[in-house]
Design a protein around this ligand. Sequence first.
Ligand code: NAP
Length: 486
Amino acid sequence: MSAGVASDVVLFGGTGDLVMRKLVPALFHLHSLSLLDPGCRIIAVAREPFDDEAYRRLVADKARSFLHEGHDESAWAAFLARLEYVGCDVRDVASFNGLRERLKPGGSRLFYLSTTPALFSPICRNLSASGLILEDSRVIVEKPLGHDLASSQAINDEIGACFREDQIFRIDHYLGKEPVQNLLALRFGNSLFEPLWRREWVSDVQITVAETIGVGSRGEFYNSTGAMRDMIQNHILQLLCIVAMEPPASISPDAVRDEKLKVLRALRPIVEERIATHTVRGQYRAGAVEGQVVPGYLEEAGIPAGSRTETYVAIKAEIDSWRWAGVPFYLRTGKRMQDKLAEIVVNFRQMPHSIFGSGALGHFANRLVIQMQPNETVLLHMMAKQPGEVMRLEPVKLDLDFREAFRTQRLEAYARLLMDALRGNLTLFVRRDEQEAAWRWVEPVMNAWAESEELPRSYNAGTWGPAAASALLVRDGLGWHEEIAR
Ligand code: NAP
């Protein structure tokens, strides 16, 4: 099978980290599965004065360790031969001539802006001034799109002056993950869950994206960003939308994105009086992660003394809709946490009565876990009878391990999303109004934190974050997934 789209793919920022770690491996994976049309050319753009051969050598060196397991060396060599390179300072319109000479006249084009967002505007303007944006050209833009609502609107205006909204693919790679798409399949491809997917049956939802790594060499970038902008505003709110949206009429881009937008608009604003009861921000101090002693955030390279940037956020979100009124959605993310974990947990309500006698069920309630990391799996926690004569119940997990269930090749998120962009499918990309609605919800919280005298709460590296994050749930008579053994 071939994607059947002979686009020219232009990678702005072609010598950068994202291209080497994610985009080249993703394009190579598509190539090796014959999902990249043979007529599709890959043209990298950056300022270094490489020729094609020198660029291929750079890629061979830098991207190699990120390729998918068991890749075929001859396919890799053939892929490298497809790469081209154009030296260009994107701030200089004259240097786009080299790119024009390489592009197929009149052919479809996919521009991937893998540079700092400060360059998005010059790239779009100069592409447009050079006549390189055609009717069917597309642009993929990476996060972060701005650091608040106003700056995000400004960037969107600049891109929007050169591309129509249906040509703009705002990537959120969490939407490209298999378990997230499986959540769509689970919800809308089965009749089983829909009657239960509501306030009457769901007690609470927990969305966690936890990392064990610290800020590494990206201290300066991270310090001006923080966990709220880096994770909550985009990835975690997008996951919340997939869990909470109403069934769309179809899987078409606007049907899905309209429903996600309604969720974002129904999020109850966290006004100042609720900051203390609904949000927790933290910053890691020294500790031990996976047996290694690690420094605190303030000791990391590039972090100014006394920085108040949050490396951890927990939020109680509420959705004002008939389906979800009264159901808390607890969102959390952090660096230097105990485990690397990305999952959505849907906790169902407890049984109204135990026919097995008091205590037989303990605090058990059914729980659906959609896990993206460490394993891509969906687990349904159920109660079952232990084998033997006595009627003794025990929690067990129905495990839909995708690797076991489907022995076909899986696509990593970036490969999946690149393929969708080549095919012009916007369903898993974020629309401007969604992105701005997300900023509208997080911005008042960030402003309140910035104005507050309070410092972020400290937590030891290698733990699950500040104790106050547990209190957020305990107040509601609940606990985080890992705290409650059911
Ligand atoms: P990076 O390593 O700093 O790469 C930046 C690229 O832009 C380099 O290829 C650089 O090459 C090129 N560049 C800079 N100025 C240029 C100019 N005037 N004209 C032409 N090219 C220019 O950045 P990155 O980590 O790959 O990140 C790229 C974008 O993706 C950023 O917006 C980042 O926030 C986002 N992102 C990155 C990651 C990640 O894991 N790295 C994850 C999510 C999002 P020259 O200096 O040689 O020109």
